[in-house]
Design a protein around this ligand. Structure first.
Ligand code: NAP
Length: 299
């Protein structure tokens, strides 16, 4: 149980509701900032304005998946309140206060550095990234179905990258009956692709591999799907770029060539916000148990 842990949940979208539900269930004391338009009340959780939160008692701050904007603003879909996380606010928290977000940026990194607080980026964790790859794959299937007039079964699908998303995407499209080839740069990844029964190729050979490809699914956050590669693709090829913004595709050139290329960020939150929220909630609960245990040991 999280009895005795004071938690401020600041901003967010539908995913955060699952986090709140779980932490309330575990008896954490929650202050909810940016949820005033939420009809649902969580028993034991207190809806607050930012300035009403007793930051000197807060052990844990949970930010939304994107963390803050580059000017410190925190997005919420449940309020019009303007919420800005500042150095002054963080300095009010006890030294042991820990902050959790999905990802970070320069602003948030600087803030935790200046205030000497610990920030955990949940999306950097393998467990979250692997669980999240499940709704990501389902969203990818949805995108491919919506934007093609042929079946996935029997089509030539190229997956770029064999990381946590790439592996799930490659395996699932193969199970749907596609002919899947996967591009990677490490020999151990090429070996794994072979072991999975898929066709491997080295990324250096990308241009030679695209001449008969129906769909390209990119998971590499680096400009890999460049003009040279796009120029050799059939005109009906669909590119779905899953890599984080700005993606790894030369979208300008794809458009010029009349090739449909779509940047598809945030699929878990779009196709399965409840599951995406539960993934975050379960891992967060585990981390907070550990935080509570560590606190007991050091006190
Ligand atoms: P990951 O496990 O780190 O995998 C990244 C892959 O990209 C690895 O195969 C890596 O190969 C390769 N790569 C990185 N830089 C490269 C470069 N310069 N040249 C060649 N290959 C390179 O990441 P992930 O968890 O699979 O996530 C992949 C991307 O999808 C990220 O940008 C992530 O933010 C995004 N994502 C998007 C969604 C969505 O809804 N669209 C959902 C989840 C994640 P090496 O091992 O050789 O470096």
């Amino acid at each position: 149980m999280l009895t005795g842990l004071n938690i401020a949940v600041i901003g967010g979208d539908a995913r955060q509701l699952e986090v709140i539900r779980k932490l309330v269930e575990l008896d954490g004391k929650l202050y909810l900032v940016g949820f005033d338009q939420l009809d649902h009340g969580f028993t034991g959780a207190i809806k607050s304005k930012l300035e009403e939160v007793p930051f000197h008692e807060i052990d844990t701050i949970i930010l939304p998946v994107p963390g803050t904007a580059l000017d410190g603003h925190i997005d919420t879909v449940f309020s019009n309140e303007e919420i800005v996380l500042t150095e002054e606010l963080l300095e009010q928290t006890p030294d042991h206060c820990q902050i959790y977000s999905g990802i970070s940026n320069d602003y948030l990194n600087q803030l935790v550095l200046k205030t000497n607080r610990k920030l955990t980026q949940l999306f950097e964790r393998d467990d979250i990234a692997i669980y999240n790859s499940i709704p990501t794959v389902e969203g990818t299937i949805m995108m491919v179905i919506q934007h093609t007039d042929f079946t996935i079964h029997g089509s030539n699908i190229m997956v770029l990258g064999l990381g946590r998303v790439g592996m799930s995407v490659a395996r699932t499209f193969s199970h749907l009956g596609a002919h899947v080839r996967v591009g990677a740069r490490k020999s151990k990844d090429l070996a794994r692709i072979t072991e999975m029964g898929l066709k491997p190729f080295h990324l250096n050979e990308l241009e030679d591999e695209v001449s008969d490809v129906d769909v390209v699914l990119n998971t590499i956050p680096y400009p890999i799907v460049n003009a040279k590669a796009i120029s050799k693709m059939p005109s009906h090829t669909l590119i779905v770029d899953l890599a984080s913004k700005p993606g790894g595709t030369d979208f300008r050139y794809a458009e010029k060539r009349g090739i449909k290329a779509i940047l598809a960020p945030g699929l878990p939150g779009i196709v399965a916000p409840k599951t995406a929220g539960q993934i975050l909630a379960n891992v967060l609960a585990q981390l907070l148990f550990e935080q509570l245990e560590d606190g007991k040991e050091t006190s």
